[in-house]
Design a protein around this ligand. Structure first.
Ligand code: ASP
Length: 336
């Protein structure tokens, strides 16, 4: 090799590089991002809660990594992880969801399979333990996309999806948050200031976006909405294209002031900007969070078909986690 002419060396090195890239392109790749909501606790505000949030996100992320590495479908993984978060009372979904101004829980959820463009969603359900699973049943067992309230709950019985009493969802922490929010409103009214939704009013909607080893994308979002919401209010989470979306290009799940994400059709907009404007997922997601929405409106998670992840937010923080087959592995609350 000592006497080998430079030209041959170059060709040799090139062949090795081509072989390596060829291998990694052919080897299946997966990626996952999870959010536990914008409107996270502020730095130093609740030191006892911070490690609990981190541990919860870590547990869910590890489960997602294991499943995707084993070749499970993005759709199954998204549903399974959202179910875990729905059962965790730290998050505003399922048990531990925030309360309406009447002190009840009204849950919204949606799931979308980017590989088939199938989608299912439910809104205003009050007795379904896992709204994300009910959303999936709507997708798979009805010709519809979105079921509301009583009709959705009757369908839960038909589809064998577990129901619980409304009180089962309610935790002392959410009662206190509602009381604070109602007091804040009363004060605002008394001082005749205009009401802007308190950033304290949203806590921990959950969402998962995933790319599986077969190249399929899926998105799932589940929430109790916003603290002190008017009964019957529907947020962005169950609206396909607003808070939840997946196609062959990207999977997106949003969190924040739902009305803003609805007005700007954010979730499908991210995929559209990648497709039509040729932006990468970071640019497309950032466009909405930093240029279209107002500061403080919230954030989103997105993964594209190459497994690239974006998790921009403009709130004080966003519980979030990401991992991929190339070794990315992180759990975050703020910029840290
Ligand atoms: N986006 C949710 C909603 O408006 C709330 C949240 O993400 O915290 O219902």
């Amino acid at each position: 090799a000592v006497g080998m002419p430079m030209g041959l060396w170059t060709i040799g090195v090139l062949l090795v590089v081509i072989a390596m890239t060829g291998c990694s392109a052919a080897s299946p790749r997966w990626a996952i991002a999870i959010h536990g909501g914008a409107g996270a606790i502020k730095k130093g505000e609740a030191p006892e809660l911070e490690p609990r949030y981190r541990e919860a996100m870590r547990r869910v992320l590890d489960e997602g990594k294991k499943r995707l590495a084993a070749g499970e479908a993005a759709l199954d993984v998204s549903e399974a992880l959202v179910r875990m978060l729905e059962d965790d009372e730290l998050f505003n979904a399922g048990r531990g969801a925030v309360l309406t101004e009447r002190g009840e829980v009204e849950l919204d959820a949606a799931i979308m399979d980017g590989a088939t463009m199938q989608a299912g969603a439910v809104t205003g359900v009050q007795t379904v333990r896992h709204p994300i699973t009910l959303a999936r049943r709507v997708m798979e067992r009805t010709p519809h996309v979105l079921l509301i309230g009583q009709g959705a709950e009757a369908f839960a019985d038909e589809a064998g999806v577990e129901r619980v009493a409304n009180e089962w969802f309610i935790t002392p922490r959410r009662r206190e948050q509602l009381e604070r929010e109602l007091k804040r409103r009363a004060r605002e009214k008394a001082s005749a200031q205009t009401t802007s939704a308190s950033t304290d009013a949203r806590f921990g909607t959950v969402g998962v976006v995933a790319l599986d080893r077969s190249g399929r994308l899926a998105a799932a979002t589940s929430t109790g909405g916003m603290t002190g919401k008017r009964p019957g209010r529907v947020g962005d989470a169950p609206l396909i294209g607003s808070g939840t979306y997946a196609n062959g290009t990207a999977a997106v799940s949003c969190t924040g002031t739902g009305e803003q994400f609805i007005r700007h059709a954010v979730a499908s907009g991210v995929a559209a900007r990648i497709e039509l404007a040729g932006e990468n997922v970071e640019m497309a997601a950032g466009h909405f969070v930093f240029r279209v929405l107002n500061t403080g409106d919230g954030g989103l998670i997105a993964v594209d078909r190459q497994g690239r992840i974006a998790m921009p937010y403009s709130s004080a923080g966003m519980y979030r986690a990401a991992a991929d087959s190339a070794g990315r592995d992180e759990v975050r609350i703020w910029e840290e």
